[in-house]
Design a protein around this ligand. Structure first.
Ligand SMILES: [Zn+2]
Length: 390
């Protein structure tokens, strides 16, 4: 048998395949669903990057014993590579001043009214040329990789003009060409109403639907469309209009919903077949039932609650109801300047009453589902940082 293209990793202490999690579509993951294999061997096809065989070392088919490229995994625990399914990684500037205001007791909306919040990042990002955005984001990507993250969703939303939104999405496209990380680009023009449209949110929504969505679709710059439904940002009717327009142009849908107030975003997102609805700190019991009865993934952002001192999403109630729950960093310069996805799983266990199997599923299989990749997620080697979550 020809084995030049195969690589054998043998005697890995333990591999988690999450086979049972996948069978259950990520709902109510338990320890048995992690699919732990002790003293495992794994055969990887280096041409396709696919796993050809995985199982206990004593059961490996004899022909794989001829593989020359062999490495020991003794002393290591392998789990599927991590997926961060909600980030605002491409941006310029920082928001240290916001943190200082928050420490004085100001909340998200008050900071926004004082000219901080997204507006600060908006000004900095608009003024930053493409090359500089790429360099900054490349550095950030490398920091994510150190935490075992191999797939990252990245949103626009700090430009809020067609030109600057496209520049952010072009930065993601350029990064995809040079980076080994799989990037999922999301168009988020409805992150806030930009200064040019102050007091004219309906006009802004009109422009997004009539001009921006068709243009971004034509340029094929994003696979998802996202919108922030929240008091002082976009209401239910405006959100519905944008989601319908985006779906009409073939975008898959995401939503920032129920972060500070519950405006019916979950019900709308599920009805529209959104791939994920994110945040959910203020989700109602009836909305939990709606989400649990759908294929839509609920993406929780514990880092945002930690940094803003606000309540965590009700992970326990969501999972017990049968919802598919993922965890992300929500990495952004304001409300969660942390790239540490493993830390988010620790917070989920320590503060949100999630179990370890639920947390593992939330940053692997369910995170893959939240970016539409559940059918082709990849196993990768990750050894160092898991201890902090267990
Ligand atoms: Zn976000």
């Amino acid at each position: 048998m020809k084995t030049d293209h195969l690589v054998l990793y043998h005697n890995i202490d333990q591999v988690l395949t999450l086979a049972g999690v996948a069978r259950k579509e990520g709902r109510r993951p338990e320890e048995v669903d992690l699919g732990a294999i002790e003293n495992a061997n794994m055969v990887v096809n280096s041409e396709t990057n696919l796993i050809e065989w995985i199982g206990p070392s004593q059961k490996m088919p004899v022909e794989y014993g001829e593989i020359v490229n062999a490495y020991s995994g003794a002393g290591e625990l392998w789990i599927p590579e991590l997926i961060d399914c909600h980030t605002h990684l491409v941006h310029a500037g920082d928001r240290c001043h916001d943190f200082a205001l928050r420490a004085q007791g100001k909340n998200y909306q008050q900071i926004a009214q004082l000219g901080g919040g997204i507006s600060t990042t908006l000004r900095a990002t608009r003024e930053t040329p493409l090359a500089q955005l790429i360099t900054h984001a490349q550095n950030e990507l490398e920091r994510f990789q150190r935490y075992g993250v191999g797939t990252i969703e990245i949103k626009s939303g700090y430009g809020l003009t067609l030109e600057s939104e496209c520049r952010m999405l072009e930065a993601i496209r350029a990064l995809q060409e040079t980076s080994g990380v799989i990037l999922i680009p999301t168009f988020l023009p409805a992150h806030m109403v930009p200064p040019e449209f102050k007091g004219k949110a309906d006009d802004y929504v009109d422009v997004i639907c009539r001009e921006w969505i068709p243009e971004v679709a034509r340029l094929k710059l994003a696979s998802f469309f996202d919108c922030f439904i929240e008091e002082g940002f976009f209401n239910l009717a405006q959100t519905k209009k944008m989601l319908e327009a985006a779906a009409g142009f073939g975008f898959k849908l995401k939503l920032h919903a129920d972060q500070f107030t519950s405006l019916g975003g979950v019900e709308l997102g599920v009805q529209m077949g959104a791939t994920s609805i994110d945040h959910l700190e203020q989700i109602t019991d009836s909305a939990i039932r709606v989400l649990a009865n759908s294929a839509t993934v609920g993406v929780l952002c514990p880092g945002a609650s930690l940094f803003t001192g606000t309540s965590y999403a009700p992970a326990r109630r969501l999972i017990d109801a049968g919802a598919r729950v993922a965890i992300s960093t929500d990495f952004n310069p304001g409300t969660c300047p942390s790239r540490n996805l493993p830390l988010m799983t620790t917070i989920a266990c320590a503060q949100m009453q999630m179990t370890v199997p639920e947390a593992i599923a939330a940053v692997t299989f369910n995170a893959a589902a939240a970016v539409g990749l559940e059918s082709n997620w990849v196993l990768w080697k990750w050894v160092n940082t898991f201890a902090c979550a267990t």
